[in-house]
Design a protein around this ligand. Structure first.
Ligand SMILES: [Zn+2]
Length: 118
C-alpha cells in the first residue's frame, strides 16, 4: 500500500514537473553506492541506527544522521503513509558545501541559497 501511495504521489509530481520525493530504503548495511533519489535507513528490527543519503547539493558527500537516542546530534524520524520520511531537525553540514536543508516527506527544503556560496 505504501508503495502504491508513493507511486501515485510521484506520478502526480512528475506530471506537474515537481521534484520527486526520495524513496525510503531500509538496510542493515549501506550499499557501496547510494542512489541520489533514495534515503537509507540503517537498522535492525525496530532499532534504527542512522539515516544516510547523498548530499542533495550534488557534492557527492554521504550524509549520516544518527537516529540513536544516545547520539548527539540526533534526528527524529517520522514515516508517512506513502513510505516517505521527515527528519527533524534540519541537516546542516558545517564543513565543505555547507548545505542546510530539511527533509520533509522525502523532499528537500533548502534553508540557505546555494548561489550565496563561492
Ligand atoms: Zn553538498
Amino acid at each position: 500500500m505504501k508503495q502504491f501511495r508513493y507511486f501515485l504521489r510521484t506520478l502526480k509530481r512528475r506530471l506537474f514537473g515537481q521534484p520527486i520525493p526520495k524513496r525510503t530504503v531500509m538496510v542493515e548495511e549501506l550499499p557501496d553506492r547510494l542512489h541520489p533519489n533514495c534515503v537509507y535507513i540503517a537498522g535492525e528490527g525496530n532499532y534504527l541506527w542512522y539515516a544516510a543519503m547523498l548530499c542533495p547539493c550534488g557534492c557527492s558527500a554521504t550524509l549520516h544522521m544518527s537516529l540513536m537516542p544516545e547520539g548527539r546530534p540526533m534526528w527524529h524520524l517520522k514515516e508517512h503513509n506513502d513510505g516517505t520520511i521527515t527528519l527533524h531537525p534540519s541537516v546542516w553540514r558545517k564543513k565543505e558545501c555547507q548545505s542546510h536543508f530539511f527533509l520533509r516527506r522525502g523532499l528537500i527544503e533548502w534553508c540557505n541559497y546555494r548561489s550565496e556560496l563561492p
